[in-house]
Design a binder for this molecule. Structure first.
Ligand SMILES: Cc1cc2nc3c(=O)[nH]c(=O)nc-3n(C[C@H](O)[C@H](O)[C@H](O)COP(=O)(O)OP(=O)(O)OC[C@H]3O[C@@H](n4cnc5c(N)ncnc54)[C@H](O)[C@@H]3O)c2cc1C
Length: 380
């Protein structure tokens, strides 16, 4: 049984054509120059690729989570950076706004963000705490009917260029941890201080440190309920874990294709590299890993799309394996290409660096295991 419909395959065709035509030419520029592809983002907006799950009435792709995975896979096959940028934009920001924001908030934000005219970013992590998100220190205090936000976020993808930020802030005592966190919609303004962060992979994604200095927002800018942010964050991150596995699938597939092409043209000891059994076994390992990521990722997306109870566990299982396997496949691709694989001429080294973030962002491997063990403790 295929988990993908004809509609998903049509999206795949469009996303693949888009990636090859628009992303391929700037993939290396993003990586080497840390170039943020503002114009290509607008082009993606025209196709609904930026926000695959946002309803068509707001200008999004109108698809399900499998649609988003298809898009992220195809983008990741060409550029891990572009795929991650779209994942943070279309899922962590836009899908969350679509699922939890008020009608007025959605009407203001989604059409512009879906079109790529305005950029959205999801701002949870802080210098103090990424894994321990319930310990965040950014504060929102109510003064004369308005909220005043102060604090610092870190590692925010698209953060340097965002027009809208979905910000998690503490609205109660630190001891109350996740019970005192609220989400706010902030518009870019002078109270927001941005600083670029240089990263090892997924470059050109506008990674930023952000300071909020007395940012004033109204009650209408609360997303969801006051002190109800945790539920939104957990839902969004669970979905994001499957989406980021889609990025992993694309990156692993891109590295595999690159290694296969190399092994077929490289000659060693008067033979094609691909004729050596070790190279064949390496390619077999790589394809086996790619197909394992594929099976897990589309299955988990299908569980979400069909509202299955299994989804929560499987999103963590999928993220853990997909990230690890993507790092493994890209490492093997570099090895297959020898010195070339270590050079900037090869895409394998870029994929290798891009893959590493997948073991860290949206919950580290260790946090995936922490959650999976909690499931064991509770259910088995
Ligand atoms: C390129 C990039 C893009 C990102 N984009 C975003 C974004 O758009 N929005 C956003 O909000 N955040 C973003 N992040 C932040 C990312 O989600 C965090 O870096 C991640 O969650 C880890 O948090 P940390 O860096 O604070 O590490 P820490 O939490 O300090 O972890 C350090 C180490 O300790 C381990 N550890 C922590 N707790 C436990 C535990 N209980 N048991 C076992 N081991 C543990 C971790 O696994 C890790 O190995 C991004 C990060 C990067 C690098």
């Amino acid at each position: 049984m295929s988990l993908l419909t004809q509609e998903h395959e049509l999206v795949r065709k469009a996303a693949r054509e888009f990636a090859e035509k628009h992303v391929e030419p700037i993939a290396r520029k993003m990586d080497i120059e840390n170039y943020y592809p503002r114009e290509v983002i607008r082009e993606a907006g025209k196709l609904g690729i930026l926000t695959p799950t946002v309803p068509a009435e707001y200008g999004g792709g109108g698809g399900d989570l499998r649609t988003a995975v298809v898009v992220l896979e195809e983008l990741g096959r060409i550029s891990g950076g572009f795929s991650l940028l779209v994942e943070a934009y279309g899922i962590l920001f836009a899908d969350a706004v679509n699922n939890f924001a008020s009608k007025a908030q959605k009407e203001e934000v989604l059409p512009k963000v879906a079109a790529g005219d305005k950029i959205g970013a999801f701002a949870l992590s802080e210098p103090c705490c990424g894994s321990d998100a319930a310990a965040i220190q950014t504060r929102a205090e109510k003064r004369a009917g308005e909220w005043v936000i102060n604090g610092e976020k870190m590692w925010i993808t698209n953060g340097l260029y965002a027009d809208y930020y979905l910000v998690a802030a503490r609205t109660g005592r630190s001891e109350d941890r996740h019970r005192a966190i609220t989400l706010f919609l902030l518009r870019r303004s002078r109270c927001i201080e941005l600083s670029p962060i240089e990263v090892m992979g997924v470059r050109g994604t506008g990674t930023a440190g952000i300071k909020f200095n007395d940012c004033v927002v109204g009650g209408d800018d609360v997303v969801g309920e006051v002190n109800g942010g945790w539920k939104i964050l957990m839902h969004t991150l669970d979905v994001g874990r499957v989406a980021i596995a889609g990025v992993a699938l694309g990156v692993a597939r891109g590295a595999f294709e690159e290694a296969l092409a190399w092994a077929r043209r490289r000659e060693v000891f008067n033979r094609k590299l691909v004729e050596l059994q070790n190279a064949q076994f390496e390619l077999a390992e790589m394809l086996a890993a790619v197909e394992s990521i594929r099976a897990l990722t589309y299955y988990s997306a299908y569980l979400y799309d069909t509202k299955s109870q299994e989804f929560m566990l499987m999103s963590h299982v999928t993220k853990l394996h997909a990230a690890r396997l993507a790092v493994d496949v890209t490492r093997r691709a570099v090895q297959m290409e020898g010195g070339f694989g270590y050079s900037k001429e090869s895409k394998a080294e870029m994929f290798y660096r891009d893959a590493k973030i997948l073991e860290i962002g949206e919950g580290t491997n260790e946090i995936m295991k922490y959650v999976i063990y909690r499931y064991i403790e509770k259910n088995l």
